[in-house]
Design a protein around this ligand. Structure first.
Ligand code: F6R
Length: 606
């Protein structure tokens, strides 16, 4: 999703900004641009497509100046074009970059156009530039001008402004969209997240909602709502591994699939104390007090919560509702049966999930965040935080963060069950022991790439595919279908195997690929019957299953076999071949695996 960067006081401002934008590339974007002030004038370069295009434009006409802002845009209002790319400039005097959506932009635009102001883009964001010109025209200084603009706009935003009137100040503000300020030795920076600034500084100030700030080379002045100066403490963020690279793999996704044994092991370590005992880093009394959980998440993270529901309900006997975050917030949910909300998000910045968690807090639910980015907004705002330690995930499609989320959620389920005395310490320790074997099992599943390649080759010619599973493998079927469709653009749907006969079985025709997930749980015989029914109608069954299930299977046209696994852990292990299948199918089709069309990594609009 849109990325914002900025620098003030840095001599090679434009090249520093381009490097910072490269660090935000993983968020997904379709155009980019940088603006600086040089010799008292605004100088701007923009390009459609990848950052190499902006790089080429900058090589032909480098930008000078020691103050600048840059942006990667993921189109919301207005198509993908150079005119709609940020930064936007108004009256050759003010330039802005914006992340989010200004919801009342149409009314503001009409008012400004009525007053004779000329717009040059179709974006909602451009109103910001004109509003600042208007405020400066009336003689306001930066803080007063910002307050006036903030009073008029509605919606989610993080934005940065530079103006030739104050060529040593960047004006920034945020509400619901992330923004980090970086404090350097002789310069200050801004970025949508701390990763963007990791080559420049680790000293970060996070703005709170409705804050704005004036950023100068020698420091930042932060104001809260109403323009009251406020001190926001700087924090030192953990060193990031610099400009993240593919480590010899063809795609980030391939690398991240291979990183899963480590991602799971590190996440498991985060749930284990110094004596090797499982802990949710919450007191037994806090865990015992949980009487019902609403789980809030989007996309792949939502499917992780759906799998976790089976574990938490069956082990701990605690009722769980899994909510699509974007629906929960506006549904006016009756929350009385639950006292706890868990927001699950790799990025910790998905606006839908953040808003849903805030809504849960206003309904008096205790909030727990499960995030992969420790400095993210959800981590900062949740009442308690659980961490996955999957490391930076750059491929837009979640892989290692999903299996890491599942690992942590399974540990969490075991810990609530133990705290509530639904299982005794011995049973908890036994499950924990099995979980400890996961990194090794997942490592073995990675050897499946070559077996899956010919299956992916055939699947790449399909127009449509079904994914089926029962029990915990039902949400995994939904996730497998999501992976295939988002990466290879092949239409794919996931269903509960037992639900097929209630309608979806009508879709089956000769040769339709049906990816079936099977483990040796109590539902295996029933699931196999469902698959026989699909096969009898011409479905081409691609079975992903562990060795213990295969003896009875006589209906599969292709089998992807993982090592024998306890059914409790099966959704984690079977995720890996499902990811590999989607990845290799996309590679066969030649799609943009790491940045599939129209998608963004961190979705910071509603
Ligand atoms: C799909 C995918 C997305 C994300 C979703 C939530 O592969 O990655 O569906 O899972 O956008 O993102 P987070 O977990 O960052 O809140």
């Amino acid at each position: 999703m849109c990325g914002i960067v900025g620098a003030v006081g840095h001599k090679q401002c434009s090249s520093v900004l381009l490097d910072a934008l490269k660090r935000l590339e993983y968020r997904g974007y379709d155009s980019s641009g940088i603006v600086t002030i040089h010799d008292g004038k605004i100088t701007l370069k923009r390009a459609v497509g990848k950052l190499v295009n902006l790089d080429a434009v900058l090589s032909k006409g480098p930008l000078k100046g020691d103050i600048g802002i840059g942006h990667t845009r993921w189109a919301t209002h207005g198509g993908v074009s150079t005119a709609n790319a940020h930064p936007h400039v108004a009256s050759d005097r003010v330039s802005i970059v914006h992340n989010g959506i200004i919801e009342n932009h149409l009314a503001i635009r009409q008012r400004l156009e009525g007053a004779g102001r000329q717009f040059s883009s179709d974006t909602d964001s451009e109103v910001l530039a004109h509003l600042f010109v208007e405020a400066l025209d009336s003689g306001m200084e930066p803080a007063a001008a910002t307050q006036q603009v903030l009073a008029e706009i509605e919606g989610a935003y993080a934005f940065a402004v530079l103006t030739i009137d104050y060529p040593d100040i960047l004006i920034v503000a945020r509400n619901a969209s992330p923004l980090a300020l970086g404090i350097g030795d002789d310069a200050c920076y801004i970025g949508s997240d701390a990763i963007a600034l990791s080559h420049l500084t680790r000293k970060i100030v996070y703005l709170k909602d409705h804050d704005f700030a004036l950023v100068r080379a020698d420091g930042v002045a932060v104001y809260q709502e109403g323009g009251v100066p406020v001190n926001r403490e700087a924090v030192f963020v953990a060193a990031s591994p610099g400009l993240i690279n593919k480590g010899g793999y063809r795609h980030f996704m391939e690398k991240e699939i291979h990183e899963q044994p480590d991602a799971i092991a590190h996440s498991l370590a985060a749930m284990t104390n110094e004596y090797g005992q499982l802990t949710a880093h919450m007191s037994d009394s806090a865990l015992h007090a949980i009487n019902g959980i609403v789980m809030l998440a989007a996309g792949t993270s939502h499917y992780a919560t759906q799998i976790a529901r089976y574990w938490i309900e069956s082990l701990a006997g605690v009722p769980v509702a899994c909510e699509v975050a974007s629906e929960y917030h506006y549904r006016q949910p009756a929350t009385s049966p639950y006292n706890t909300a868990i927001a699950v998000s790799q990025s910790g910045e998905s606006l839908d999930t953040l808003m849903a968690m805030r809504h849960a807090a206003t309904c008096n639910l205790s909030t727990i965040g499960l995030v992969n980015v420790p400095s993210s907004t959800i981590a900062r705002e949740a009442g308690a935080v659980l961490h996955t330690r999957a490391g930076p995930e750059i491929g837009v499609a979640s892989t290692k963060s999903f299996t890491a989320q599942l690992t942590v959620l399974l540990c969490f389920a075991v810990e609530i069950a133990r705290a509530k005395r639904q299982i005794d310490d011995a049973r908890a320790a036994k499950i924990h022991q099995k979980i400890q074997a996961l990194p090794g099992l997942v490592g073995k599943a990675l050897a499946l790439f070559d077996n899956i390649r010919p299956i992916a080759h055939r699947l790449s010619h399909a127009k449509s595919a079904l994914y089926l599973g029962r029990g915990t493998l039902y949400p995994l079927a939904l996730e497998g279908a999501l992976k295939l469709k988002e990466l290879s653009y092949i239409h794919a749907e996931g269903f509960a195997s037992g639900e097929m006969k209630h309608g979806p079985i009508a879709l089956i025709e000769d040769g339709l690929p049906v990816v079936a997930l099977l483990s040796a749980d109590g539902l295996m015989a029933k699931a196999s019957n469902n698959l026989r029914e699909a096969s009898a109608r011409g479905g081409n069954i691609i079975l992903i299953a562990d060795a213990d299930t295969l003896a009875e299977v006589d209906y599969a046209s292709a089998v992807i076999e993982v090592p024998p696994v306890d059914p409790l852990l099966a959704p984690i292990l079977l995720s890996v071949p499902a990811q590999i299948l989607a990845y290799l199918t996309a590679v066969e089709k030649g799609t943009d695996v790491d940045q599939p069309r129209n998608l963004a990594k961190s979705v910071t609009v509603e």
